[in-house]
Structures are given as C-alpha cells and as structure tokens.
Design a protein around this ligand. Structure first.
Ligand code: GLY
Length: 432
C-alpha cells in the first residue's frame, strides 16, 4: 500500500514511523527534508504543505493509495477535499469539518447550539464599542482570541500575557481592526491536558491522555511555544485526572463528533481536545483537527494497531479498533537557542544517534535539514518509553545528553516535581 504523508515535523516523524511499521510504502511531501523521515520514504517531494495543487500533483504522479495529513494549515486550504475529489482517499477532516480548529467562533457556536458539555461563556464582536461595553459589564478576567489559525501565538489571557481587562480590550480592538472580528471568552483556571481520539464520523476511539509543556523554560515560565515536551502514563490517564472527569471529557468529544454529523459536515480523522480541568468539569480550551505536536510522539509509538488499518477505517466509516501498549512516555523537544521569539538558524546540531539509542531512547527529527542544520523551529525530540513514568523520564533525560549545539530543552518535562506541582494546583482549585 502506497501512503502519502504531508508534513515533516516531529508529529509527522511519529506518523511516518508507524506507517512504515504498518508496512506502508511511504511517500512524503513537505517544505523541507526531514532526515529521519527521508530514510523511511520511497520518494520525497518538496513543496509547501499548503500548496494543495502541488501536493495533488505528487499524489497523482506517485499513484498513492491513501494520504495522511499531518499539520492543520493544509486542512484549512481544503487539502482533504481536493485529494478526495481526485480519487485519493485521505485521512483528515474536510475543510468544512476542520473549522473546529480553523474557526474558533464556529467551534464555540457549535458547542452552544448542541449543548456540548465543557462549554465556556463566549462572545464574538465586530464592533469595538460593543466589545468594550460587554467586557466592562462582565467584569471578570477574559481570554482574547483571533478567530483563525495563528500557530499558537494569537491567544492572550488576562493574568498571563495580558495585565488586566483594560489591556485585553486594547488587544481585542487591534484584532477587530485587523481581522474584522474577535472572540472573547471567560477565563477558566485549572490544569490543561490533551485528549486525542480517532473518529470515522460516528465511532470515537480514545488515545491515551497526554500533557503538553507549552512554556519555553523549566518551571513553566517564558514565552508560549508549540510545546517543549509532553508525557503520558501507563494507565492512559493523567495523575491529576479522576476517571469521572476523563469520562466527561470523552463525552464532550463524542458529542462534538455527533454535532458535526448532524450539521451535515461529518468530522473524520484525528480530533484533539485541548481541555482544562477546571473546578467543576473539564472545559474545552480549543479543538485541533490533527494530532498534537509533541503529543503524537507520546501516543503513536505505543500504538499496537496498524495505522494503515485505522486510516482505512476512518475513510470507509468503518473504524473498528485502536489499541495502545500500557506504557508511559516522555517526549523532550530540543529547540534552537532563542526559540520561539528569536531563534538562531542555519547552525548545525550534533547528534550521537547510536548513543541515544544505547540509552534506550528514540529520536524524532523535526525542524532540521538533511545536514542537521537547524531551521528555526523545534529541531528534534528525544522520547523515553517504559513501564513507569519515572523510568520513561530517565531514558529521555539520558538520551538528550547526547545532543549538543546551540540548543535548549526543558529538563523538567515529565519529572516527579513538575507533576506534583500540577496535582497540587488541581487540589487548590478544587478546594481539596
Ligand atoms: N501541542 C499543542 C498542539 O499540538 O497544538
């Protein structure tokens, strides 16, 4: 079976690995040559992932049987619609269904209309005076969001990136002037977690929960990044999430898929719920229409079922099973110094692959080229997998020491201390 993979970051490295393990012949289109994916691929075409026509040309030239879309940007461009209209069955949501991620007002409105649990109070504004009046009357801390994709850089929260509601109103005004609209939400406090599921539009199969570390530096400080690392536990839950909250979050995702079907825009592919476990229940912070990056590197290496079989099930509306090993995982991303605000670029990173493997760790390349030159975003990830979280963290930490250069990473991802902090925070919020 010839499978086309679109994209070449850390997430796609994990997808490529399991596709290859599922005995797919791998064909790749991405904007740079990822050295790890290159080794697995039969053919590798260079094009922007959002250049849908070029991706289609490659798919037709190579006569692929199936396509797998990694990142969100091509979904917004309708890559799934175009490939399928041209006879290439594709794993990923249509342009209309991907609005769950690409249009935040659409997502919130859908939740409201279908009374999906995990909702938050929100308002969409196109008028500055109305927005100001509403925020003043609301009085409590808010979150200001651009409606569309911003690569994780557009959302600002009072108490974090914004000092107070006054500063929030100024930011919201700028967004109205730039985009014509802005989304304002109530701020909820709690601990965030990632819940990814496979869905064929009807059936929903959960993946192990994961937790991402979005801040740049140890101790959860510094600018927000795409995610500096993540962990998952051998029981597929997280230490601060009671089973009943897990069930509630799963119900939210099931109801979302049901609502999309009722709306006539069935959602097929991978659905990612970014949840916040709040005082009363898990709340949706946002949806993503694809695997998480880094969270794909937690769940895919422990996937026991063939990803090709899952992909075919998603496409045919006949998804049957997806089973995972009872293993804990820790992913630590390595980024160029200065990332995300002012990353150094064009500098080589030294990687002793053999030594990393001797430590029992895995390597997933991301924003580096074939010469191991860093391209400016997260460069590569080191992953530890073991029976316990402690052991998985040790393996990842041992492996990461064999990467040298003008780099940094978060040593605290998946450590006991950082997880204890999250458990404590949750107890405080819930008054336990
Ligand atoms: N780790 C966050 C994301 O994939 O969006």
């Amino acid at each position: 079976m010839k499978v086309l993979l679109v994209g070449a970051g850390g997430r796609e490295s994990a997808i490529a690995e399991v596709l290859a393990k599922s005995e797919a012949e791998l064909y790749v289109v991405a904007k740079h040559v990822n050295p790890g994916i290159r080794r697995m691929a039969e053919e590798y075409g260079i094009a922007k992932e959002t250049d849908v026509e070029k991706v289609l040309d490659f798919a037709l030239k190579w006569n692929v049987d199936l396509a797998f879309i990694g990142p969100e940007a091509p979904l917004e461009k309708g890559i799934v619609n175009v490939l399928e209209e041209n006879g290439v069955p594709t794993v990923g949501p249509s342009k209309e269904a991907a609005r769950l991620e690409t249009n935040k007002a659409f997502a919130r409105t859908l939740m409201e209309k279908h009374k999906i649990p995990g909702r938050k109070l929100f308002k969409v504004f196109d008028d500055v005076a109305e927005m100001r009046a509403w925020v003043d009357e609301f009085g409590k801390p808010i979150v200001v969001k651009p409606l569309g994709l911003t690569g994780g850089k557009g959302v600002k929260v009072v108490g974090y990136q914004l000092k107070d509601n006054e500063e929030a109103k100024e930011y919201a005004k700028k967004l109205i002037e730039k985009d014509g609209k802005v989304l304002i939400e109530e701020r909820t406090d709690g601990v965030e977690f990632t819940f990814q599921v496979f869905t064929d539009g009807k059936k929903v199969i959960p993946m192990p929960l994961a937790q991402d570390y979005p801040h740049a530096y140890d101790g959860d400080v510094g600018p927000i990044t795409g995610g500096m690392g993540s962990y998952s536990c051998e029981n597929h839950l997280l230490p601060f999430i009671p089973k009943e909250d897990y069930e509630k979050a799963l119900e939210t995702l099931k109801k979302t898929v049901e609502a999309m079907r009722k709306e006539g825009t069935p959602y097929k592919g991978i659905l990612y719920g970014q949840f916040m476990l709040a005082k009363d229940e898990p709340k949706i912070i946002e949806y993503n229409a694809r695997f998480g990056d880094p969270e794909a590197m937690n769940v895919l290496p422990i996937l026991k079922t063939s990803l090709v079989e899952i992909g075919e099930g998603i496409i045919d509306g006949n998804l049957k099973r997806a089973e995972f090993e009872q293993k804990a995982t820790v992913v630590k991303y390595i980024a160029p110094k200065g990332y995300p605000t002012d990353p150094i670029k064009g500098v080589k990173v030294q990687i002793s692959e053999d030594k990393i493997r001797e430590e029992g760790a895995k390597i997933y390349y991301a924003s580096v080229d074939e010469n191991f030159t860093m391209l400016g975003s997260r460069a590569l990830a080191i992953v530890g997998i073991a029976d316990s979280l402690e052991e998985a963290e040790k393996i990842a930490s041992a492996g990461i020491k064999h990467v040298k250069g003008e780099i940094f990473y978060r040593a605290d991802v998946g450590t006991k201390e950082s997880i204890a902090k999250r458990i404590e925070l949750m107890k405080t919020i819930r008054g336990e």
